[in-house]
Design a protein around this ligand. Structure first.
Ligand SMILES: Cc1ncc(CO)c(N)n1
Length: 216
């Protein structure tokens, strides 16, 4: 069994919990209060900047040139493409500035950056995989279950439920499987550990947005 398949089983419960979160349910049915979405968008925009840098660090450290190229593209995708969605939402929802980074976002981004800086590249690839994979699964879930017209959050749903993002996610999964197959059991175990940690941080990112949690 592939590393990705084996490791997903360890986070499947957490993923199912994410699907039941009020943030996700209300995003899907369009009832999510605007203030919660504004908080999420501003924090997520900050998240994507740091995520892009972690991806660029992985690109620099990858053992194979085609993997470097893939992570260079992921980094560009996070900073340019995904952030374009945020900028359009900034305009539509009257968000004037990103503000300061709040605890859940700070925790998650600094986790990703420290893993990318200090640990083997295979581990860093695994730590960034839930960002791709959970968003894809949540995006697909909403996209397929959705029935309401004129959802104010439709562009978010289309971005993560769409085919372009699906290609990146598949590529990231394939690279992680390749990395897991070509490394030591110790590093492979550490890959699973950070994958699980990142999936928990995905949960906390939405939880913090729903409650608009700040430092004080
Ligand atoms: C917190 C978070 N995780 C993953 C993604 C998808 O890249 C995102 N935009 N934000």
């Amino acid at each position: 069994m592939k590393w990705t398949e084996r490791t997903w089983k360890k986070i499947d419960n957490n993923y199912k919990t994410i699907l039941e979160m009020p943030f996700v349910k209300e995003l899907a049915n369009g009832t999510l209060p605007k203030a919660k979405f504004q908080f999420y968008m501003a924090q997520d925009s900050l998240y994507l900047e740091h995520f892009g840098k972690a991806l660029a660090q992985i690109a620099a450290k990858a053992h194979r040139v085609e993997h470097s190229l893939a992570y260079i593209r992921f980094a560009e995708g996070a900073i340019v493409v995904e952030n374009a969605l945020h900028e359009s939402y900034f305009e539509d929802f009257g968000i004037t500035e990103k503000g300061t980074i709040q605890p859940a976002c700070h925790h998650y981004t600094h986790f990703l950056k420290s893993v990318a800086a200090l640990e083997p590249v295979e581990v860093a690839m695994a730590a960034t995989l839930p960002c791709f994979w959970i968003y894809k699964k949540v995006g697909n879930h909403i996209y397929n279950s959705e029935t309401i017209a004129n959802n104010p959050y439709q562009r978010w749903i289309d971005t993560y439920g769409g085919d372009e993002f699906a290609e990146s996610v598949q590529r990231a999964k394939d690279i992680c499987d390749h990395a897991a197959a070509h490394t030591t059991p110790e590093i492979r175990n550490r890959m699973s550990e950070v994958f699980i940690q990142a999936s928990l941080l995905e949960y906390h990112f939405w939880e913090a947005a729903y409650h608009r949690r700040t430092w004080n």
